[in-house]
Design a protein around this ligand. Structure first.
Ligand code: SAH
Ligand code: SF4
Ligand code: F3S
Length: 466
């Protein structure tokens, strides 16, 4: 059943179809579109929704940014993400000169920042449509508006309590999919801009999630990734309270579903129940992403992460005691205000004790409006660079050591795509999230194979199907 907002948007898709058809007739060809995604899994899922609407309206997708409609779905978690967007926007200008029918859109997390909007108004007037994270579900409506005027359209909402799904989606992969289980974040880690640009935490109704997954499975999906900034606090604001472990148990019951992943778990909210459910599950993958950010208690406190180094290590021990072979990956920030070499050594100590299978290491990026941006003792760039290299090499050493344990094993691998370098090879993924290359062809995509791991390449394997 569609809710009233969903019905309204479906009617806009119909209206948009008419507009697109008219343009097609004028131009004597189909209209092309290109959706460019920056940022996290949540943005990747949003882009599938954008493309779903565009295709439903009659656009055909192209790989090139030389298209009739190009939209950038942006990320602002670190400044370099923003800079890349400005650079890429500039590069669209010549296409637009050549093709007067070309329209350009910009959405996602960057647009929720007032300073970005000012800049776009001033220096990027060739961008036709700008909207935010809260009204992304109005995409069809906004496109209709865009085609009715030559003015720059800017529609940003401060927040929303609406959850609008059930609109067309065009999945990147036929066999796996992300599913939003919650939106926004209430944690306000002091370095992080996400709560400001994604709003307060809102969970989706359990039955809606289950129904969506059932439909996906019926459509050929065998692996799902449950998405939220902090999945461990799923359900807290629902009338019928359902915890994240309870949700997982329900998802596990869905026939035909083979693998369940989720992202991201905040260590402070990871419950014993979750560990128990993971331990007893046949479908939840043997991998957890558990962002550490720092190993120093002083820095963790300043970051407002609400756990200590000891809490984190105890949690890792508990998880490993229940699921001994699990892979644990993490995120680490280097260069948070006030961070000294001693703090960095604490982080490296956690890397060695927690034995991470892999880690994303980020240089701290100052985000205007976050508490950390105005903290004293911003760390000089040179010092951050040195510390970053120390952390990176500790992470790489540990990742290599850990990943080596699979050598010689026969593991179940989901075949995902053709290898980019060698067309006779396919890339697949283990339950542990480790990538495996093996001989094959495209007919194998989306299927599971038992693969013997024969060659270790540092962070991935080559294997043979048996
Ligand atoms: N909700 C997730 C993280 C989302 S952002 C969580 O709490 O785990 C993904 C990662 O980006 C974070 O884990 C953090 O390591 C990094 N990050 C966030 N803000 C950052 C900043 N200002 N500078 C550098 N890295 C940052
Ligand atoms: Fe950002 Fe912290 Fe929320 Fe993650 S939990 S999105 S790091 S504020
Ligand atoms: Fe970036 Fe927004 Fe995700 S800021 S990391 S795209 S929630």
């Amino acid at each position: 059943m569609l809710n009233s907002e969903e019905l309204l948007q479906v009617s806009y898709v119909e209206k948009l179809k008419e507009i697109v058809k008219k343009k097609e007739n004028e131009m004597g060809r189909k209209l092309t579109c290109n959706v460019v995604t920056f940022g996290c899994q949540m943005n990747a899922r949003d882009s599938e929704k954008l493309l779903g609407i565009l295709k439903a309206a009659g656009f055909s997708e192209t790989e090139s940014e030389d298209a009739d409609f190009v939209i950038f779905n942006t990320c602002t978690v670190r400044d370099n993400a923003n800079q890349r967007v400005y650079g890429r926007l500039g590069a669209l200008k010549p296409y637009k000169k050549k093709n007067p029918n070309m329209k350009i859109g910009l959405c996602g997390c960057m647009t929720q920042e007032p300073s970005v909007i000012e800049k776009l108004k001033k220096s990027y007037s060739f961008v036709d449509l700008i909207f935010g994270t809260h009204n992304i579900f109005c995409f069809a409506e906004l496109l209709c508006k865009m085609y009715e005027t030559d003015e720059q359209i800017i529609e940003i909402w401060e927040s929303t309590d609406k959850i609008v799904e059930n609109l067309p989606v065009d999945r990147k992969y036929s066999f796996k999919s992300g599913i939003n289980i919650m939106f926004g974040c209430n944690n306000f880690c002091t370095y992080c801009i996400v709560p400001y640009v994604r709003g307060r935490e809102r969970s989706r109704e359990t039955f809606e999630i289950i129904e969506e997954i059932r439909n996906l499975v019926a459509d050929g999906v065998s692996e799902v990734m449950l998405l939220g900034q902090n999945v461990n606090s799923y359900g807290k604001n629902l009338e019928n309270k359902v915890t994240f472990p309870e949700l997982l148990k329900m998802v596990e019951e869905i026939d035909g579903l083979e693998r369940i992943r989720f992202m991201t778990s905040h260590p402070k909210d990871l419950s014993d129940d979750l560990i128990e459910v993971m331990k007893n599950s046949k479908k939840i993958c043997t991998h957890i992403h558990l962002p550490l950010q720092s190993g120093s208690d002083r820095i963790l406190k300043a970051m407002n992460r609400r756990y200590t180094k000891e809490d984190y290590l105890k949690l890792v021990d508990k998880i490993r005691a229940a699921i001994p072979d699990i892979s644990i990956t993490t995120d680490i920030i280097v260069g948070f205000p006030g961070e000294t070499r001693e703090d960095v050594l604490e982080t490296i100590d956690v890397i060695n004790k927690a034995r991470f299978d892999n880690a994303f290491t980020f240089v701290y990026s100052k985000r205007t409006g976050t508490p950390a941006a105005s903290m004293p003792d911003q760390v000089p760039e040179e010092e951050v660079k040195e510390n970053f290299n120390l952390v990176l090499s500790a992470v790489q050493d540990m990742a290599r050591k850990r990943t080596e344990r699979f050598m010689g094993r026969t593991v179940k691998v989901l075949c995902e795509e053709k290898n980019e370098q060698d067309p006779s090879m396919m890339d697949g993924r283990m339950s542990h999230n480790t990538v495996v290359h093996f001989k094959g062809d495209e007919s194998m995509i989306g299927k599971y194979f038992d693969v013997k791991l024969t060659e270790f390449h540092g962070f991935y394997y080559t294997g043979e199907i048996i």
